[in-house]
Design a protein around this ligand. Structure first.
Ligand code: FPP
Length: 252
């Protein structure tokens, strides 16, 4: 079990062990080129490929991408359908390559809402890559941070009904095993492309002490130089986890 950043100071180094990304700006990228928004999502898949490869080479161990939020169902039906088709096509096409790269794929989110064929593809892709350990790639799909905390609460109480009679027993250590990212350390670095500066109900529990990096670049244009610029910025951050600069300087 990985250390919670609020209970203990986690290990950290020059390269983020866990990188979490909100891939924003696909629609604007397409609109600027007088293309349908869906063309931006299709180009976005190429950026996903670039980033997965670059992270693998740079020694990132966990990469978590926000592909579809609980709130994205509010988009026009045509766009939602295209995104679902893209997930299916990408899973069918890319799993072999992910295996060659030693990538373990997981999908987190309320996947019960997806069509059965997509759910089955997800299950198979997770199973096929389950032995890989070079890079843990997680796609958050129909995911919301509040949904995650609530489902964790529900599963915790179902597994340990005695907690209802003694709610003081509900603490971080009791809850975190039930969060959908329990297998990973908390993100060290968060990147949001597309110029907006918000978390948008992504990993709201896990981002407590994450360094937040925002770039104007639209996701389909996000490239290796952009990753390196974000990592360079990350290296300059003093990660105090609640302590003072003097304590860090003194190695205390
Ligand atoms: C946000 O841009 C992007 C999404 C809601 C979808 C992200 C999906 C992909 C990058 C492609 C598929 C990914 C995988 C893993 C198969 P936006 O549409 O909100 O852009 P806008 O803010 O410019 O409108």
């Amino acid at each position: 079990m990985h250390k919670s950043s609020t209970l203990a100071v986690p290990e950290h180094s020059g390269v983020p062990r866990h990188l979490a990304i909100i891939m924003d700006g696909n629609g604007r990228w397409a609109t600027q080129r007088f293309l349908p928004r869906t063309a931006g999502h299709m180009r976005g898949v190429q950026a996903v490929r670039r980033v997965v490869e670059a992270c693998g080479r740079r020694g990132v161990h966990y990469l978590t991408l926000f592909a579809f939020s609980s709130e994205n169902w509010r988009r026009p039906q045509e766009e939602v359908s295209l995104l679902m088709r893209l997930f299916v096509q990408t899973l069918e096409k890319e799993v072999g390559k992910l295996c060659e790269q030693g990538v373990r794929l997981r999908i987190v989110g309320d996947i019960a809402a997806f069509e059965p064929r997509l759910q089955e593809l997800i299950r198979k892709a997770e199973e096929r890559t389950a032995q890989n350990d070079a890079l843990h790639l997680t796609i958050a799909a129909n995911y919301g941070g509040r949904w995650d905390i609530l489902q964790a609460m529900q599963r915790m109480v179902a597994a340990q009904p005695a907690l209802l009679a003694d709610p003081k027993g509900i603490d971080e250590e009791a809850l975190t095993p039930y969060l959908s990212m329990a297998f990973a350390p908390e993100p060290d670095l968060f990147i949001r492309t597309g110029g907006e500066q918000r978390i948008s109900n992504f990993l709201i529990w896990q981002l407590a002490y994450t360094e937040l990096y925002f770039t104007e670049r639209y996701w389909p244009d996000f490239n290796i130089q952009d990753i390196d610029a974000a990592f360079e910025w990350y290296r300059t951050r003093e990660r105090r986890f609640g302590r003072t600069s003097a304590q860090l300087a003194g190695g205390v």
